[in-house]
Design a binder for this molecule. Structure first.
Ligand code: SAH
Length: 376
């Protein structure tokens, strides 16, 4: 990849169409290029044999198709989860995860979820999360977000099947996307929204908007913009505590956007959009997982159109947080249930492969010592 070339995946279909038109080529050529990249697994312009040779040459000189490479891959023996470490063109590293699951409705070809990173490093510094330990490096470009999805799709064998109207007919097509890898997606707004737009587009990856989830630490300015998007993308909010003292000790962002403001906006969002919000709640032993914490959470969420996703803390060796017992997790869930709050318990995935956010990258970076002074 030459340095002066552009990533073709940084362009939306409208942008690529405008470029193609300026070459006096018919606009449908842009659609053909899109189909090649996102549906037929074309990873160079040379393979796009239905384009005129002149256009192929032009594209080859101006653009590149893939810029990131997989430098490490771990496959969970227990559940098939795959974790990838990608190296970007400037040497930065980000993680992506593939999580296979059975179709909840049974039958079908199963659920194939990818978890993607939006930034290299993270500026938000949540005290339980490995992603922020190395600080913030930079935003990912749209094409770098898509690179992760395409590389995972290729790796799970999706792009190799025959091509049907909806894309490769192989049994494994990405069906769900969660922007829950490294970074705060709503702080890299334009690139993330463009990337999920391409994932959603019928000429892109063709994944339904309701199957694409953006997760935020509660970055209200980004949430306000996200509310204006016309597509029905899903929103998750990482809550993790139901009072300001605890939440600020876990998530520094709470000092800037405290719970009252966050919850007020969440209520506005669910009413305005007519959509539910999923609240992510990590359960940490002796920190936020007592029955009283559950009662406070139920109070906080009362009357809100929402669901809680309980996540037993995934141990990160640099932190001394621990997971509560299964019994305590169940008690927590029962308190919520009695109060009429719907919750799901996230099954742990890839426990044998550093599956928590930022862990693989962290280990690779061989951090010798990280001081963690909260809760000491
Ligand atoms: N910045 C966004 C996107 C990251 S999503 C956000 O905060 O939502 C990653 C999810 O995994 C978040 O809910 C995060 O809080 C959670 N997470 C991070 N470290 C974890 C760990 N060690 N165990 C379990 N969940 C973790």
């Amino acid at each position: 990849m030459a340095e002066n070339k552009e990533d073709i995946k940084d362009l939306s279909l409208a942008e690529l169409t405008a470029r193609i038109k300026s070459l006096n080529e018919p606009p449908y050529r842009a659609e053909q290029v899109f189909e090649w990249i996102y549906k037929k697994g074309g990873r160079s312009f040379g393979v796009m044999t239905d384009l005129p040779a002149k256009l192929r040459d032009y594209l080859t000189n101006k653009f590149f198709v893939t810029g990131s490479e997989i430098i490490k891959k771990q496959v969970s023996k227990s559940d098939g989860t795959r974790k990838y470490l990608f190296k970007l063109s400037d040497g930065e590293e980000v993680e992506g995860v593939y999580i296979p699951a059975k179709d909840p409705a049974g039958g079908g070809t199963g659920r194939h979820t990818v978890c993607l990173s939006s930034q290299a490093g993270c500026a938000f510094g949540c005290y339980f999360c490995a992603s922020g330990l190395l600080g913030f490096k930079r935003d990912l470009r749209c094409g770098e977000i898509l690179d992760q999805a395409l590389a995972i799709q290729d790796d799970i064998g999706v792009a190799k099947g025959p091509v049907g109207p909806k894309g490769p007919a192989g049994p494994k097509r990405i069906t769900n996307v969660v922007m829950m890898g490294t970074g705060e997606p709503l702080a890299n707004y334009d690139n993330v929204v463009k990337a999920i737009g391409i994932m959603n587009s019928p000429l892109g990856l063709g994944i339904g908007a309701r199957k694409i989830t953006v997760s935020t630490a509660g970055y209200i300015p980004g949430m306000k913009r996200f509310m204006q998007e016309k597509e029905q993308f899903e929103l998750s909010v990482s809550l993790h505590a139901a009072d300001d003292i605890k939440r600020s000790r876990l998530m520094p962002i709470n000092k800037k956007y405290p719970l009252a403001e966050l919850m007020e906006f969440c209520r506005e969002y669910t009413k305005g959009k007519g959509r539910i919000i999923t609240f992510e709640y990590i359960l940490i032993k002796d920190v936020n997982s007592s029955p009283t914490d559950a009662q406070n959470l139920a109070k906080l969420l009362k009357g809100l159109n929402c669901k809680v996703n309980l996540i037993p803390f995934n141990a990160v060796s640099d932190f001394k947080f621990r997971q509560p017992s299964f019994k305590d997790v169940k008690i927590f869930q029962e308190v919520l249930e009695k109060a009429g709050i719907k919750s799901t318990l996230r099954a742990e995935k890839g426990v044998d492969i550093d599956a928590a956010c930022g862990q693989l990258r962290l280990r690779e970076a061989k951090i010798a010592q990280v001081k963690h002074e909260n809760f000491s």
